[in-house]
Design a binder for this molecule. Structure first.
Ligand code: MTE
Ligand code: HPA
Ligand code: MOS
Length: 760
């Protein structure tokens, strides 16, 4: 990082000291209650078929087993589908993917439950297994309605194009590999209600699902989340089944029930990033401006809809990434396959859409004989352009970031160095690529863009803050503390952030879409402002001020007309309390201005966009096909970052996670729907050695955006897409070695694929 930051400016992550000293508490650190039962799932061993025999008498008699639950024990509805009701919690007769839960075994210990699993007898009449999205599409296996976004008239525009190219693109799935696996712990309460501790990004989603399974109303289920050890989208919806299972078991047995998945179970049973297969057609005019772009996306949704319709929608929203395209027609199909239902993963379908247009441009540049980045640059998004979904580009940050990256990192010199290196080395080649990103911030489903917060000021001047935000490592707790401290003008030491709990803050949207800090932060500001308004009225009465006098709160003091009066925060709070003022408030926020009409596929779905440009350099060993990333240097639009330390962490983590998706991480299912990369020996994610030697982040200095919390733009997902640059740095290195290489645009670019490409 080049920008110099003082410690104060960097701001500490309030969790950092506890993380690095191992004192942070996660779900599995909850003390175990006496009488706790431990659950294990017996799941489908085949990807598609009908259960013809299921006998668990032996398993039920096994040591320590208390009870085995099947779908028949569900008092409510056996349904967990969030968007579309197409997924049972426990399978009834049909099995749709390997890992689909069938039985819940409850025992005195995890080991006993595990042992009993092997005693379950099952026979299955197998049916045809589909794992490929295009095959599913051809057979009419769709999870939900296909959608098309259009702008202008692509048919007419292609007629006038000087150059037209078409091709196919594929991108792979991705395992979330959150450090903390999925899990939940349920406690029965009086009169049939339940408390569930869950490792979830979506406490309300968990609450709703538990209530549905139990057949009770939502107020009977309290969901509590201390923090989670990573989610990356994998716990937006897919934390719910485990919570519903332990809730069910606690409800039925009257005992506390705990289930924390082993890594193996988690890898087998949970959905991942959607693999995509896509086709495109792109046309340019004489000046190499894109005139028309068409794409068809085949999304591999797995066996149930889960969040796929929303993910698919975000693919369409990001199909043209950071480019001005006047005529667009993009269609997406949500294809049903016999894999675990795929789900949210950082970027939420956006990366899959963006990889296709980047591939289209890369292929076109190659055919036209000009550098990839020249073609990208010529087509960058400019202010006033319309996205295919009707929103007008309000900030011209795409060009700003691109230009600043070229200038600050001296791209022409960098390119010359790469060329010199390549000229000197026969079997080592460097590749360079630029990757622009434009990512829309807001849940694309407008009603989800709301949040609530609860603030208590205690009579000693300390403050308790509850919001709907879940801390998953992204630093939202720190940001919430900053928001409250800023609002009250007090030291952040005074503020405690409470667990995320559905009883304190109801009807939460999941912590997702990178919008958690914006939504919850603004709700928190609303709550703080209500209390400040009461303090202001109280101060005015107490000091007999005039109506127009300005009361402010800064530096732990009261300010009147911008002048400090000697009235410290603690004393103010205490006096207000004695005067019987209300020291608590509930805040609410709903993002203004956004809307979207699905019947027309037009509107203004995003509060704002986040922009950036990354430059990636890789060195390829052309004898072995192995490679190392030398550097990623990027310019990112943070708005006005409220916490550069936290935000830089998001950039680095997102970038490297995106690079992993594009290169190392090879999620493999065979034709029987069996996961062949189901261990960490066969599924590699980036580590410190893989990470680029240099990650340099420059801040695009702007005033920030009013709809961003404290003008600090959302940062969680956008950097993942810089990782797409890794793919094209590699392809450019391949072309430096073999200009006639037969490139197929199929991510991930594993070393095996790279080696084949070098000699193709
Ligand atoms: N960072 C960490 N350390 N752990 C995570 O699980 N999830 C990502 C991103 N960064 C994640 C993370 C995803 S998928 C999203 S949507 C955002 O954080 C969610 O948090 P935010 O809305 O506060 O950015
Ligand atoms: N992003 C992330 N998660 C979501 C979204 C979205 O747009 N919509 C529903 N869940
Ligand atoms: Mo993030 S994929 O929106 O949880």
């Amino acid at each position: 990082m080049n920008r110099k930051m003082s410690d104060k400016e960097r701001k500490l992550n309030i969790d950092a000291a506890f993380h690095v000293t191992g004192r942070t508490k996660y779900l599995d650190d909850l003390p175990e209650w006496q009488g706790t039962l431990f659950a294990k799932v017996f799941y489908a061993p085949k990807a598609h078929g009908e259960i013809t025999k299921l006998d668990y008498t032996k398993a039920a008699q096994s040591d320590g087993v208390f009870r085995i639950l099947s779908y028949k024990d569900i008092p409510g509805e056996n349904q967990i589908g969030g968007i579309i009701p197409d997924e049972p919690l426990l399978a009834e007769t049909e099995l749709h993917f390997i890992g689909q839960p069938i039985l819940l075994i409850l025992a005195d210990s995890e080991l006993q439950a595990e042992k009993a699993k092997s005693l379950v007898e099952i026979e299955i009449k197998e049916k045809e297994v589909i794992v490929d999205p295009k095959e599913a599409f051809e057979k009419g296996e769709l999870l939900h309605a296909s959608r098309t976004f259009t702008l202008g008239d692509t048919n007419a525009a292609f007629e006038d194009c000087a150059h037209v190219f078409s091709g196919e693109v594929a991108s792979g799935g991705q395992e979330h590999l959150y450090l903390e696996t999925q899990g939940a712990y349920a406690f029965p309460q009086n009169r049939g209600s339940i408390v569930v501790h869950s490792s979830t990004q979506g406490p309300t989603a968990v609450q709703r699902t538990c209530a549905r399974i139990l057949g009770v109303s939502m107020n009977q289920v309290e969901v509590d989340v201390n923090r989670i050890g990573g989610g990356f989208g994998g716990k937006e919806d897919q934390a719910s089944p485990w919570a519903a299972m332990v809730a069910l078991a606690a409800f039925v047995t009257g005992r506390p029930v705990k289930y924390i998945l082993s890594r193996h179970e988690d890898l087998q049973m949970t959905g991942k990033r959607h693999p995509y297969k896509s086709e495109y057609k792109i046309g340019f005019d004489e000046d190499l401006k894109i005139k028309a772009y068409e794409a068809t996306f085949y999304q591999n949704g797995g066996a149930a809809a889960d969040l796929s319709p929303a993910v698919m929608e975000r693919t369409l929203f990001h199909a043209t990434n950071s480019y001005s395209v006047p005529n667009v027609s993009v269609t997406a199909h949500g294809c049903k396959t016999n894999l675990p239902p795929n789900t949210a993963f950082r970027g939420f379908g956006g990366p899959q859409g963006m990889f296709v247009i980047e591939s289209a441009l890369h292929n076109a540049a190659r055919k036209l004989g000009l550098p990839f980045h020249q073609l990208q640059e010529r087509n960058l998004l400019i202010e006033g352009m319309e996205f295919s979904y009707g929103q007008i580009v309000a900030e011209a940050k795409a060009v700003d970031c691109w230009d600043q990256a070229k200038r600050q990192y001296d791209l022409s010199r960098w390119e010359r160095e790469v060329e010199t290196f390549n000229a000197k080395n026969k079997y080592q080649k460097k590749g360079l690529s630029l990757m622009p990103v434009c990512f829309g911030i807001s849940f694309t489903n407008t009603p989800m863009n709301q949040a609530r917060a609860l603030v208590h000021v205690y009579s000693d001047g300390s403050v308790g803050v509850s919001t709907g935000a879940v801390e998953m490592g992204q630093g939202v707790n720190t940001k919430m503390v900053q928001v409250a401290a800023h609002a009250f003008g007090i030291d952040s030491q005074r503020i405690k952030l409470e667990n995320t709990n559905t009883t304190r803050v109801a009807n939460t949207s999941p912590s997702a879409a990178s919008a958690t800090a914006d939504l919850n932060g603004k709700a928190l500001q609303d709550a703080c402002n209500q209390i400040k308004d009461r303090f202001t009225a109280f101060i005015k009465r107490a000091l007999q001020l005039k109506a127009e006098d300005l009361v402010g709160f800064k530096e732990e003091q009261v300010f009147i007309n911008n002048k400090k009066v000697d009235w410290p925060w603690e004393d103010l709070v205490n006096k207000a309390f004695l005067a019987r003022e209300n020291l608590s408030a509930k805040g609410h926020y709903a993002t203004p201005k956004i809307h979207f009409d699905k019947s027309k596929e037009k509107g203004h779905p995003f509060a704002y966009h986040v922009y950036g440009t990354a430059i990636t350099e890789v060195t390829v060993d052309c004898l072995r096909g192995i490679y190392h990333f030398d550097a990623v240097r990027l310019v990112h639009d943070f708005g006005s970052s409220m916490n550069p330390g936290v935000d830089l962490g998001q950039i680095e983590g997102g970038l490297v996670q995106g690079m992993g998706w594009m290169t190392l991480e090879d999620l493999v299912y065979n034709e029987k729907g069996e996961l062949k990369s189901g261990t960490l020996a066969t599924y590699k994610i980036p580590d410190a050695n893989y990470a680029p030697d240099v990650i340099d982040v420059q801040f695009l200095e702007t005033d920030g955006h009013d709809l961003a919390i404290l003008k600090s733009k959302a940062v969680g997902e956008p950097p993942l897409m810089y990782g797409i640059g890794a793919y094209f740095a590699l392809t450019n290195a391949v072309l430096a070695f073999n200009p006639n290489a037969n490139l197929t645009y199929e991510a991930p670019m594993t070393t095996e694929k790279l080696l084949m490409a070098l000699y193709s």
